[in-house]
Design a protein around this ligand. Structure first.
Ligand code: GLY
Length: 351
């Protein structure tokens, strides 16, 4: 039997490995012990209602306690972080111990942030249980929670010590949840340079799932290693997200995040073409790749262009002028100050 695919995220002292493959969750105890400076006495396992993925911490730890947070976006809040931290304190968790988050992005973002602030920073390992988590949310150290004023407005960069992407657990995902992950996978197609493999859609389609996930992880790891704090290149990971976030904030369209990203990728291509950055063939390629993943390429019914464009500016990553990630001769890159008329025309092109 071959072992898991091991992908390093090279961040100096904060470097860690992402292990991808069937059954990697069973490696938690040994990998965690090997990774941390000292064997933790206590491990706080944070999960959510309905995840149902068990992790085995073996005999390497003195005490393990489960902390369950309610399912749903409302749990991604400062109130949940306070509650977790208070429960960690009652458990006796210290900075020499560890938190393990088992779940989708909601759990890893929230528990990751609790770990980042508890005792000014406690090691955390992630066992992401969704495709979206395995190829995006759990990699790269972005943790955080929502405020009533907006999503992910409070958080910290806090790199995990270990990420175990167990492909076995994906078998239990709902079709809708799985499709949501495919939206991010489609995004990597356009970010993938010639050497990464993630950019070659035909080759990707032939690969076993763990290798497809590993290619996305490797691409994200490389981008994060080059720009941990998103001062430039990491913004590329927001490709397709400006429209996606606007659709999500506007609400009421019943789109999963990855489906919104899928429409956002086609939209970004339409904007880029209007700015003379790419030609019609490349726009068609965006539609073809997104469709090949079975994802939507058009706006849902009932969207209002003016409202969506106003919401673009509310993306928390907009600094000063609106910045969109747009494809071009050198591949996708951040572009500032796109004209409102162009933004509106491109929206009409994806109705
Ligand atoms: N999900 C985007 C990033 O990690 O930067």
């Amino acid at each position: 039997m071959t072992g898991p695919i091991r992908i390093p995220v090279g961040l100096g002292q904060r470097s860690y490995d992402v292990l991808v493959g069937p059954g990697t969750r069973h490696l938690l105890a040994t990998e965690l012990a090997a990774r941390l400076p000292a064997v933790p006495r206590r491990v706080a396992v944070v999960t959510s209602d309905g995840i149902g993925v068990e992790v085995d911490l073996g005999e390497t730890v003195g005490g393990v306690e489960m902390f369950t947070i309610p399912a749903g976006e409302r749990s991604k809040s400062l109130a949940t972080v306070e509650d977790l931290c208070r429960r960690f304190a009652r458990f006796g968790l210290t900075r020499g111990d560890a938190v393990v988050a088992v779940g989708g992005g909601l759990v890893t973002d929230t528990a990751g942030f609790a770990a980042a602030v508890y005792h000014r920073g406690t090691p955390v390992a992630f066992v992401p249980t969704t495709l979206l988590g395995q190829i995006d949310a759990a990699i790269g150290g972005k943790t955080g929670v929502n405020l009533p004023e907006g999503k992910n407005l409070v958080g910290a960069f806090w790199q995990p010590s270990l990420v175990l992407c167990d492909t076995e657990v994906l078998a239990t995902l709902s079709a809708a949840e799985y499709r949501s992950g495919l939206g991010e996978m489609a995004k990597y197609h356009f970010l993938g340079g010639a050497d990464s493999g993630a950019g070659d859609a035909a080759a990707m389609a032939e690969l076993p799932l763990e290798q497809r996930i590993a290619r996305c992880v490797a691409l994200k790891a490389e981008i994060v290693a080059s720009d941990e704090r998103e001062s430039g290149r990491r913004m590329l990971l927001n490709y397709g997200h400006t429209l996606a976030h606007a659709l999500e904030i506007a609400g009421g369209f019943g789109l999963r995040h990855g489906e919104a990203v899928a429409v956002g990728l086609v939209y970004a291509a339409e904007v880029a073409q209007r700015l003379g950055r790419i030609d019609g063939d490349r726009v068609a390629e965006h539609r073809q790749v997104v469709s090949a993943y079975g994802l939507p390429v058009s706006l849902p019914a009932g969207t209002e262009a003016g409202e969506l464009i106003d919401l673009f500016g509310r993306d928390k990553k907009a600094v000063g002028d609106l910045t969109l990630v747009l494809d071009g001769p050198r591949g996708p890159e951040p572009v500032r100050g796109v004209d409102r008329v162009v933004l509106a025309e491109a929206l009409e092109a994806i109705r």
